[in-house]
Design a protein around this ligand. Structure first.
Ligand code: WTA
Length: 660
């Protein structure tokens, strides 16, 4: 057990356990510093050397970085590769054909092992089936699937034939799905009849049907339906086919389609400051490189490890650390269909014990929920389970509060497992600021230092680096291989969002605030600086939720802000003005519920506001601008002490504060 030591500014420091450092891929601070120095001395050479080491190229690249059309950077562009070849064939060629690639545990507890060979056979059959349906290199395919091996197979099958996949999380509504299908111009959708979560069957195919009737989806020629539950779903003649049927007819050999390193591997829609979700476009070569190198170094992944990332393939974490990274380095991983609280809140602990998981990666929200459950029910406390197989823990998606970090370290990691608090984004493709567990002493709540080669900095509004100990804006000063290439169909928005003129268009703007520790230089992320909320680690745009609210016939105006929440990190709080007099009492409750469901229907259940408050008006400046910073104070239940002299209607604040 490694005990913490006091540090002058931050709470506690946990040194690297000796036993861990001895065998780690990056096993000391000196080794980390050396990698950083290599990148500093020859930036392009550093990445080129990793790209040769971690990726198999069909045609080698001759140039590393092309900055001629900045900020549309290109990496390894004249190189050719295939992501699926790198994740499957290459491992089989290296003798890992019979190694377990995926241990799948279904919602009902049934377990199935898939070897690399078996996975390749399935991927090839589906790839051939897609080709038979007329899907070509560069076509977009939308996947609306449960967390499943089929989901991973579908992503890999697209990659195999050079089609660009766009996974839509199974919790998004028909409207959200429609928007993404239309924006991507998808030619085909792969879905399931239903998904099983926590013992309940939830529709997927029916939502695809609804989405396709909402208009704008004429590009879709086919829908492939995986029969997950065997639920009775109507099939549209000439459009819908069953996955099993189209695969059965195909050979299990499919030569990979070699693509340029810059070929778009996938689009993944995520929320930004303005209403419309943006299709984050990723490359093949640079993305795969970072997926592989971070999986190996951050998770210190070794051939005998059993890795488990609990993220759904609908989010970027499920892309990089389920569908690509672990396979690209020949690892064994657990894929889980269900939820952490079914059949009870010990599901994760029971699964770690059963599958001898050695590296476990999850979200702070899940940890907080499971702490609460363990504290109120002894039977689901992790101490009842044998978690001795664990050697490393990780978190992602939102800040982890030190108390939750300490519990995770003590109760799950038995005090011996380092925790990698990994900061990154949909746009960054993989880890950006994260401990390397054999190199960095840990401070709860800090994601420590940039991954070697990532030039992250905290700057002021002019782009000048601020001294350690002073908060600022997080930027990345040099392009890196796995960075977002574009916003699908909207280059202007890409430039404005990520390379704003404020920093002469030179720095990537992450959209988060950060501060570095005065002594260690360790980074702590202080939260989004734009109108993006982070609810249970899910990104939501306030404007998206506002648009959903005002699309209800009774709503005249709405403003959405976040407020801190013990369980979900942030909670959505909506202030609403109706086209009729302000409701109170029972009527207000009923209407709030109706609006909540409306938002659920428009976007998906994850976007439902926790609080909805009705006012006669919203706090506005004389020029009519809604003062959100005041709404944030009211949402927190605090008294507004700021200057309200620019406010046209100060009395409204009292009304909104009381309307809870
Ligand atoms: C937040 C998820 C603190 C941050 C991979 C970022 C974090 C947004 C951390 C991206 C972390 C992610 N500590 N905050 N370790 N990881 N975030 O695109 O605000 O879903 O900008 O990617 O999550 O969310 P996204």
């Amino acid at each position: 057990m490694t005990g913490p030591t006091e540090n002058t500014t931050q709470s506690k420091q946990y040194p690297v356990p000796d036993a861990f450092a001895r065998t780690a891929h990056v096993g000391s601070r000196a080794a980390y510093d050396k990698l950083c120095a290599d990148a500093q001395n020859d930036y392009e050479g550093y990445w080129a050397s990793l790209a040769r080491q971690f990726v198999s190229w069909h045609k080698p690249f001759t140039k590393s970085l092309d900055e001629s059309n900045a900020p549309f950077f290109k990496w390894f562009e004249d190189g050719e590769l295939n992501a699926s070849y790198n994740c499957l064939d290459r491992n089989i060629d290296a003798g890992l054909g019979d190694k377990t690639a995926i241990i799948f545990e279904a919602d009902d507890g049934q377990v199935t092992h898939y070897s690399y060979k078996a996975l390749l056979a399935r991927v090839s059959k589906l790839a051939n089936a897609l080709k038979a349906q007329g899907v070509k290199k560069g076509d977009r395919v939308v996947l609306y699937l449960p967390m499943s091996v089929e989901g991973v197979v579908a992503m890999q099958a697209c990659a195999r034939i050079g089609a660009t996949h766009s996974v839509v999380f199974g919790g998004f509504s028909a409207q959200s799905l429609r928007d993404r299908i239309e924006d991507a111009g998808a030619v085909l959708v792969i879905t399931a009849d239903e998904q099983l979560r926590g013992g309940k069957a939830l529709p997927l195919k029916a939502i695809v049907d609804e989405a396709l009737t909402l208009g704008g989806c004429d590009s879709v020629r086919q829908v492939i339906v995986w029969q997950r539950t065997g639920g009775n779903v109507p099939m549209v003649a000439g459009r819908d086919v069953y996955l099993d049927e189209v695969m059965a007819a195909q050979s299990d050999v499919c030569p990979p389609e070699w693509v340029s390193a810059e070929h778009p591997l996938f689009l993944l829609y995520t929320s930004g400051s303005t209403g419309k979700p943006k299709g984050v476009q990723h490359s093949t070569g640079g993305y795969l490189l970072h997926a592989a190198v971070t999986t190996k170094w951050t998770f210190d992944l070794k051939p005998d490890d059993v890795f488990w990332c609990t993220a759904d393939i609908g989010w970027v974490t499920g892309h990089t650390y389920v569908a690509y990274g672990p396979l690209a380095v020949g690892g064994t991983q657990v894929v889980f269909e269900g939820v952490p609280t079914y059949p009870d809140a010990a599901r994760f602990w029971r699964m770690i014990q059963a599958h001898k998981v050695s590296i476990f990666y999850t979200a702070p929200t899940a940890i907080r929920a499971l702490i609460k459950a363990a504290e109120s029910n002894e039977a689901v406390h992790p101490r009842n389970f044998d978690l001795s197989s664990l050697r490393l823990l990780g978190t992602v998606g939102e800040p982890i509060n030190p108390a939750a970090w300490e519990w995770y370290h003590r109760e799950i990691g038995g005090g011996r497992c380092p925790i990698v608090d990994t900061f990154w984004q949909t746009e960054t493709g993989g880890h950006m600021i994260t401990p390397l567990p054999g190199a960095h002493a840990l401070t709860p709540g800090s994601c420590t230092l940039p991954f070697p080669g990532i030039d992250a900095a905290v700057v002021d509004e002019t782009g000048k680096e601020v001294p350690w100990g002073q908060g600022g804006v997080l930027v990345v000063r040099k392009p890196w291989p796995s960075m977002i290439r574009n916003i699908w169909g909207d280059s202007e928005r890409f430039k404005k969002s990520y390379y704003p003129a404020d920093f002469n268009g030179k720095y990537y703007l992450a959209g988060d605030g950060a501060i570095r520790d005065e002594h260690t230089g360790y980074f702590t992320i202080t939260g989004r600086i734009d109108d993006v909320l982070n609810v249970s680690g899910h990104r939501m745009g306030t404007m998206e939720i506002e648009s959903a609210l005002v699309s209800h016939p009774l709503v005249a105006e709405a403003a959405v802000v976040g407020r801190p929440d013990d369980l979900t990190g942030e909670a959505i709080c909506a202030f609403v003005v109706l086209k009729r007099p302000r409701p109170t009492g029972e009527e207000a409750k009923q209407l709030a519920n109706e609006l909540r469901n409306h938002v659920g229907h428009e976007i998906g259940p994850i976007a439902k506001p926790k609080d909805i408050r009705f006012g006669d008006n919203l706090p506005k400046t004389r020029s009519g601008k809604i003062m959100r910073r005041l709404l944030r104070v009211v949402a927190k239940g605090e008294t507004v002490t700021q200057d309200t002299s620019t406010l046209e209607n100060p009395a409204i604040l009292d009304q909104l504060a009381q309307s809870n």
